[in-house]
Design a protein around this ligand. Structure first.
Ligand code: HEC
Ligand code: HEC
Length: 312
């Protein structure tokens, strides 16, 4: 059977019209501007997987539902797969950038900083768009979100307006022209993607990061953990660690005393720092070693005899 050129053109037009309708009806996620391949690397460097996956209950990757306990109640991470109904499949590029840059949902409500947008705000637009393209290249998973279970009155979103006014500054990080390319890459990995300060910088009474204690550790970490001082202070931080020591801790989680990092840092190594390239880890070490040394003791002393575990 022969089809005339005209017929073929009109069939093509019909097909693309149908494709447009499907898209307009919200059946398929919209194609954005980013590059999914590059976005995969951003995704790994930023550690999105852990919080958004309920690994304990064998939940599907990124389908949410992971309980994140805080002193104010329990957050349940949302589904960030491109599912049209239960995930973020309907989000435009602008919606996604607004969520990460400004901590605001497509409907205009403020997010709780349990979603570490105070760090992610420092990402470049390009990285955010690539990240979205990667997320949208994954299989959608239909799984409804679990509402947060916050103690009264912490579940209200309106006080977040005041919190943000006090503690949150939106905006991508700019390179420091006085520093090397490597240093700037390290700064970006630590401050924007790796969001190390979300745990390693102590917080004040209202949960804002104490900027004068940047990376100096805390005894009251998010999960009731002791989070070590990672500034180059020789007594209380990691000032005596060699470059190789720090690289080893970030790549496989092994510490200079041959112990392994535990708790939430174990997850950070698996989902984030262990996935960085060698050169990225090197850049991070250069940056960490350049931080101001802060004398702040948070860790208990190891037993002097050096034998066995420190059980308390
Ligand atoms: C420390 C845990 C944590 C990490 C890491 C994390 N998130 Fe989240 N995320 C959350 C929580 C909790 C919320 C819900 C916040 C709220 O309800 O106010 C959230 C909300 C979101 C939302 C809004 C979803 C919606 O339905 O409104 C998006 C999008 C999102 N995260 C994407 C990401 C991406 C992309 C990354 C990695 C760059 C990431 N998250 C890393 C905990 C996390
Ligand atoms: C979710 C919270 C969290 C995040 C995010 C986090 N850390 Fe940690 N980190 C910890 C905890 C908790 C420990 C202590 C682990 C232990 O007790 O075994 C730790 C330990 C460490 C140590 C070992 C220090 C020592 O004295 O033993 C280094 C180095 C470190 N983190 C670097 C980083 C870097 C770099 C980043 C950012 C890429 C980062 N961490 C992000 C919670 C976190």
């Amino acid at each position: 059977m022969r089809t005339s050129a005209r017929k073929r053109t009109s069939r093509l037009r019909l097909l693309s019209f149908l494709a447009f309708l499907t898209y307009a009806a919200g059946v398929a996620p919209a194609v954005g501007a980013g590059d999914a391949g590059r976005g995969h690397a951003v995704f790994d460097a930023a550690g999105c997987l852990g919080c958004h996956t309920d690994k304990k209950n064998k939940g599907a990757p990124l389908a949410g539902g992971r309980a994140l306990k805080t002193p104010f109640g329990t957050f349940f991470s949302p589904n960030i797969t491109p599912d049209m109904k239960t995930g973020i499949g309907k989000w435009s590029d602008d919606d996604f950038v607004r969520a990460l840059r400004h901590g605001v949902s497509p409907k205009g409500s403020n997010y709780f900083p349990a979603f570490p947008y105070p760090s992610y705000t420092r990402m470049t637009d390009a990285d955010m768009l690539d990240l979205k393209a990667y997320l949208f290249s994954l299989a959608p998973v239909a799984q409804a979100n679990t509402p947060h279970d916050m103690d009264f009155p912490f579940g209200f979103r309106f006080p977040l307006v005041f919190w943000k006014a006090l503690y949150f500054t939106a905006g991508a990080m700019k390179d420091n022209p006085d520093k090397s390319k490597e240093w700037n890459r390290g700064a970006y990995l630590v401050e924007a993607l790796g969001h190390c300060g979300e745990c390693h910088t102590p917080r004040g009474a209202l949960g804002g990061a104490k900027t004068d204690m940047h990376m100096a550790g805390t005894r009251n970490g998010g999960h009731g953990e002791i989070v070590p001082n990672i500034t180059p202070d020789k007594q209380t931080g990691i000032g005596t660690w060699s470059t190789g020591d720090i690289e080893m801790a970030l790549s496989i989680g092994m510490l200079p005393d041959s112990d392994f990092v535990g708790g939430s840092m174990g997850e950070v190594v698996t989902n984030t720092t262990g996935r960085w390239s060698k050169s990225d880890r090197r850049a991070v070490v250069i940056y960490l070693q350049s931080l101001p040394a802060i004398d702040h003791k948070v860790k208990k002393d190891k037993p002097k005899d050096g034998g066995g575990n420190n059980w308390d």
